[in-house]
Design a protein around this ligand. Structure first.
Ligand code: PGA
Length: 250
């Protein structure tokens, strides 16, 4: 059986009080649902302490990004070891907002992924096409390229630590979701590409969908054969809605 993962990406939202309230709220959700899925929250770095001090041990902490460097003169960066001190065992890497707004190239993403697996933090590697790329029939080519550059240097053991998130750029924060069939097509492709790197890992790797996941569409997305959960932005800031999404994963 494959692991299921639902991750709340809070992005640059909230403050200390909101983070504490969300941490307590998500802990209650996880307690109530007794879900078989791994439920993650990814707060802004500076709110990690407030979250770590207020979540139950059944909620997993994730970072929204991480440095590819260990330590030193890298102003503004946060290392994997610093995150690990908070019990943060996952990091989103290569989110489309990082790629589009902050210059995270495929090479940078690959270096961050490599650092995470070296240090035993699970990278949630984001891949996704723009609307223009989809409309010109380039979706699978773009996803394949992003995936290969992020994963091709990893050994089988390292690959096992990776979670892939398919996030069509046109669906992020727009209220437009990929249909379950559109998402499934790409997830199946991703699993095939991972199989070409390492057959055994492909069957167990969680591949999660992100892009306007909400209480109304989560169930039909999660019902697809290769969709193992969700990376949830906006809806992860609303506890009732996040609970419905966590319920949908079962
Ligand atoms: P969204 O964001 O759910 O608000 O579309 C998803 C993401 O960017 O991870």
């Amino acid at each position: 059986m494959r692991r299921k993962v639902v991750a709340g990406n809070w992005k640059m939202n909230g403050n200390r009080q909101i983070a504490k309230d969300l941490a307590v709220g998500v802990s209650k959700i996880v307690e109530r649902l007794n879900s078989s899925a791994e439920i993650l929250v990814a707060p802004p770095f500076v709110l990690m302490t407030d979250v770590a001090e207020n979540v139950s041990s059944s909620v997993n902490l994730a970072a929204q990004d991480v440095s590819s460097y260990d330590n030193g003169a890298y102003t503004g960066e946060v290392s994997v070891d610093m995150l690990s001190e908070f019990g943060c065992a996952y990091s989103i890497v290569g989110h489309s907002e990082r790629r589009a707004l902050f210059g995270d190239t495929d090479e940078v993403v690959a270096a961050k992924v490599a650092k995470c697996v070296e240090k035993n933090v699970q990278p949630i590697v984001c891949v996704g096409e723009t609307l223009e790329e989809r409309e010109s029939g380039k979706t699978l080519e773009v996803i394949g390229g992003q995936l290969h550059s992020a994963l091709e240097k990893l050994t089988g053991d390292e690959l096992e630590k990776v979670i892939v998130a398919y996030e069509p750029v046109w669906a992020i924060g727009t209220g437009k979701t990929a249909t379950p069939e559109q998402a499934q097509e790409v997830h199946e492709f991703i699993r095939g590409e991972v199989a070409a790197l390492d057959e055994a890992t492909a069957s167990v790797m969680p591949i999660i969908y992100g892009g306007s996941v909400n209480a109304g569409n989560a169930k039909s997305l999660f019902a697809m054969a290769d969709i193992d959960g969700g990376l949830v932005g906006g809806a992860s800031l609303k506890l009732e809605e996040f609970e419905e999404i966590c319920k949908a994963i079962g």
